[in-house]
Design a protein around this ligand. Sequence first.
Ligand SMILES: Cc1cc2nc3c(=O)[nH]c(=O)nc-3n(C[C@H](O)[C@H](O)[C@H](O)COP(=O)(O)O)c2cc1C
Length: 442
Amino acid sequence: MSRQLHLGLFIQETGHHIAGWREPGAAADAARHFRRQIELAQLAEAACFDLLFIQDSYAMRGANDIDALQHSARAIHWDPLTALSALAMVTQRIGLIGTATTTYNEPYSLARSFASLDHISQGRAGWNLVTSNNEAEALNFSRSSHAVHGDRYARAAEFLQVVKGLWDTWEDDAFVEDKQAGQFFDPSKLHVLDHHGQHFAVKGPLTQARSPQGHPVVVQAGSSDTGKRLGARTADVIFTAQQRLPDAQAFYADMKALAAGAGRDPQQLLIMPGLLPVVAATCSEAEDKFQQLQARVLPAVGLATLATTLGEVDLSGYDLDGPLPDLPPANGPQSRRQLLIDMARRDNLSIRQLYQRVVGARGHLTVVGSAADVADAMQQWLEEGAADGFNIMPAQLPVGLRDFTQWVVPELQRRGLFRTGYEGQTLREHLGLQRPAHRHAR
Ligand SMILES: Cc1cc2nc3c(=O)[nH]c(=O)nc-3n(C[C@H](O)[C@H](O)[C@H](O)COP(=O)(O)O)c2cc1C
């Protein structure tokens, strides 16, 4: 059988396109009514998706421009770990990945939360480790500014080391629960971490048993050089934004080589770029659909979305139909900002043309066409060394997910590129990832 794709549903409550919430079939209330999330999760599970993924920010994105923000649906969203715990109860097989930042959390509490989610979901938990791409988060955590990029990653690396150490507090068979003998656990199978590092001093032990997957799946989504090196050394899955096949191939080859260089099996590191599909019965119908969405974007919202994606830069005062100005260095996310600057320079885009490209997929791949067109692109990226799967980003929800599951998934299945039923139980099993041995395994 040919190599198969892995599919994730990247949930943005009202859809990824900034104007998606204004479409007639869109659930504009999705960040207030949890049944909408349940509907999405069950739809994705019925289509055999490997996972669903919830992004996060500890601050409102674009809050410095309320005039623009009031016209988009991005001001409110669910807390990932709370939402995923609830979704675990109404799904059986789909993986549940939540974002949590290492910049404004502590390793002990996150280790415990994700281990708990892994138990609650019977082995379906994953953590999207980020260093926070929203500088305003600092202001909600008693700090006056966001830590600098290199420091954020240094903290992230040690953070993850501590979390993994805490996940190995208990060996898998530590809990004997021998009622007769009155022995609850075997003390030789308890390992106290006692970590003393540059950023953290964490004694342990963790008050949660080793979880079904051993370690919940770890996802890394930073694509700067520092982000890539951390992901290659430590992550199971890389989420990334890629626009063009050659760039995606270069990123893929680089990540696999970095993983091999770090002594890992490159097949145990999966690369999943984002993909915003706009699909309809014919290519021209899909194009019409996309143009309708684009036409609903108010210029102020488009400009604000661009400014936020570039790292809260100030673009007011520039001619919308002029070129993107040279931007001063920023401390926010590096790779996405560079991707957009490169795109603007390469394609000679005005600010307006650049925001028109960003309001949908924010720098991820967009494919507009029939089911066969979308499947062709996915197949090409899989077979030509650019992706192990995709994070699907419907433009509007739930309609865009329904379109994808009704049209594209059967097309992928016909081509033998996607499963028709779950074989495994855990997220690691869906992804073909090994269960990590305990660090003290004998
Ligand atoms: C698919 C995807 C999802 C992401 N989700 C989040 C998120 O929810 N919260 C966040 O702070 N950053 C998120 N990021 C951003 C990165 O994790 C990272 O913080 C940012 O790219 C800066 O890293 P870099 O400078 O290494 O590129 C996401 C990135 C990608 C590709």
